[in-house]
Write a new protein. Structure first.
Length: 280
């Protein structure tokens, strides 16, 4: 008899085989949402999650990065599209995963709305998406990573918790947190984590929480922390050329430091997701 975890995986293989061969650049992919037995707090969506898969070019097996939106959802998608293009330029397939549409939620930015969809809920979405795509012939299922922005950054931290690792060891190879708060350090496992923050960011105080998180890590828990001076929230978003405010928090693109953050992210992903056989 199959264990619960193996039955879950077997079901996903069937789903993935239905998707196999359908993936092309800019293909929509539906991700069925299932509970994660080792993380019962991660509430699955009542409907399949919507996502969009971008492949770098000619058909072959690519490492995959799951891109996670902020508290306002996918929105107009411009910055998410830039991230997909950037990852494709680096040789990675990109999956833009929408955690809100299937839950009929448009935003969780106001504090009163944040319990509607939590980073732990969304970490379950990441695991579901990774398992669904891992059997796709265009995706190297042994090389899947995460880049999350803001609320998605907090999700990128949450998915490194040991309870998600133990459900499917080695499924997520690396996780990058852009200006999301770092919570529950005692639950962190061994998935490599990079956190990129601005020290003037008041939304969730990511510089402070991630420094406290980093201070509690053990030598066998690879966490890298980089904090930029005088930088506020959403510093990777080129749409924010002038300072704007959301729920009282400043947001602005950093012409000085965003390119450095992209370089660090590229190097981090390559370090932990490079094919040991080919070096690609």
């Amino acid at each position: 008899m199959l264990s619960h975890s193996k039955r879950h995986l077997a079901g996903w293989i069937g789903v993935a085989m239905c998707l196999a061969g359908a993936a092309r650049a800019s293909d929509y992919v539906l991700i069925p949402s299932s509970p994660i037995p080792t993380a019962p707090e991660a509430r699955p969506a009542p409907e399949p999650l919507t996502s969009r898969l971008y492949l770098p070019g000619h058909v072959r097996r690519y490492p995959l990065v799951i891109v996670l939106h902020g508290c306002g959802g996918v929105g107009n998608g411009a910055n998410m599209q830039r991230w997909a293009d950037r990852l494709n330029d680096w040789g990675y397939a990109a999956l833009i995963l929408d955690s809100f549409a299937a839950r009929h939620v448009s935003s969780v930015c106001p504090p009163a709305d944040q319990p509607k969809v939590t980073p732990v809920d969304r970490a379950g979405d990441v695991i579901n998406a990774a398992m669904a795509l891992s059997q796709n012939p265009n995706i190297d299922g042994g090389r899947i990573g995460v880049v999350g922005l803001s609320h998605g950054g907090g999700t990128a931290v949450a998915v490194t918790q040991a309870r998600f690792e133990t459900f499917h060891p080695g499924l997520i190879k690396a996780s990058v947190n852009y200006y999301g708060p770092c919570r529950q350090p005692k639950l962190h496992g061994h998935t490599p984590l990079l956190s990129l923050n601005g020290d003037a960011d008041t939304w969730g105080s990511p510089a402070k929480t991630c420094a406290q998180f980093d201070a509690q890590m053990l030598p066998n828990q690879p966490v890298a922390l980089h904090t930029y001076p005088d930088v506020v929230h959403a510093f990777d978003n080129e749409d924010l050329t002038t300072r704007r405010y959301s729920i009282g928090h400043p947001m602005q693109y950093s012409w000085e430091y965003a390119p450095d953050s992209f370089k660090l992210t590229h190097g981090f992903l390559d370090r932990y997701m490079r094919d040991p056989g080919t070096g690609n």
